[in-house]
Design a protein around this ligand. Structure first.
Ligand SMILES: Nc1nc2c(ncn2[C@@H]2O[C@H](COP(=O)(O)OP(=O)(O)O)[C@@H](O)[C@H]2O)c(=O)[nH]1
Ligand SMILES: [Mg+2]
Length: 294
């Protein structure tokens, strides 16, 4: 069984930096890690990648040959990768014995809640190579500073969760910068726990520019609250403790923690009954929902 992470999130949310930091951390704790760059728009990679989509297709070639902009070009590249999934499979096969996989995906958000290519690629890999992957969805913590942007971040996180159908963890990235943006309207837990969006609605209603969208804001917040699936974990990629806590959460979500147990019900129960943090219950609840839906 092969474990790993699918790293997604809007452009600039820190995916490539995350893959670099996460691979270093995992190597430190003794895992053999392979980073797979599937974002043709990544130019200077800070990490050594084991597989690079650039060897299959180049975004610049696609843009000139097909007169496409960067967004259209990326959709084309994902489409091309889906059609040539054998190429990726053959590159991954030698890693399957002993590696932990980190997939660095493109940031164009429409690829993850609208188009099916990226999802199809992941589904095919999961099924054919028997992978256990968790989607790590990065959202720039800066979005908490603006109630409108925060609601759109919640909506994006929710639609991505529902679209991807993987164990899923939403992460507020670049948390080290949050204090430099000034005082937040509410404390950080309010934004991570997503417990009561009426405060956000109230906040938005104070602004005359958004007051006219009051009904729309309410409907959107109701959708987010009705699903009750979104919460965030904060991450400072430079801080080992912060990365370590996230790794624990990811390991629980994709089953890594159970991998070395030799099938004894007692041992499974011990882990299941061990004190788990609040975030884990949320993550487990998401998985449970997906299992029921299946
Ligand atoms: N301060 C800070 N900057 C970050 C962090 N993560 C990424 N960045 C910066 O944000 C920019 C975009 O990061 P990148 O990893 O390329 O984002 P991607 O487009 O999602 O792959 C770069 O300038 C990074 O140095 C972080 O945790 N803290
Ligand atoms: Mg990147």
């Amino acid at each position: 069984m092969v474990f790993g992470q699918v790293v997604i999130g809007p452009p600039g949310s820190g995916k490539t930096t995350y893959c670099n930091g996460m691979s270093q951390f995992l190597k430190l704790i003794g895992r053999k890690v392979a980073v797979i760059n599937l974002d043709p728009a990544n130019d200077a990679l800070p990490y050594e990648c084991t597989v690079n989509i650039e060897d299959l297709i180049k975004l610049s070639d696609v843009m000139t040959e097909h007169s496409l902009g960067p967004n259209g070009g990326l959709v084309y590249c994902m489409d091309y990768l889906e059609k040539n999934i054998d190429w990726l499979e053959s590159k991954l096969k030698p890693l399957l014995n002993d590696h932990y996989l980190l997939f660095d995906f493109p940031g164009q958000v429409e690829l993850f809640f609208l188009h099916s290519n990226a999802k199809n690629i992941i589904t095919k890999l999961v099924e054919k190579l028997n992978l256990r992957l968790t989607a790590v969805h990065l959202v720039d913590a800066h979005l908490c500073c603006d109630p409108g942007k925060y609601v759109s971040a919640l909506l994006l996180s929710l639609t991505t969760m529902l679209h991807m159908e993987l164990p899923h963890i939403n992460v507020l990235s670049k948390i080290d910068l949050i204090e430099s943006y000034g005082k937040l309207a509410y404390n950080l837990e309010f934004y991570t726990d997503v417990q009561d969006l009426s405060y956000i609605q109230h906040h938005l209603d104070q602004d005359p520019r958004s007051a006219k969208y009051r009904k729309l804001t309410k409907e959107l917040c109701d959708v987010i609250e009705d699903f009750s699936l979104v919460n965030f974990t904060t991450l400072d990629i430079q801080d080992k403790e912060s990365v370590g806590n996230l790794v624990k959460l990811i390991d629980k979500s994709n089953g890594y923690i159970f991998a070395s147990i030799q099938g004894s019900v007692v041992e499974y129960s011990k882990i299941a009954a061990a004190p788990l943090d609040w975030d884990y219950y949320r993550t487990a609840a998401v998985q449970e929902k997906y299992m029921k839906d299946d």
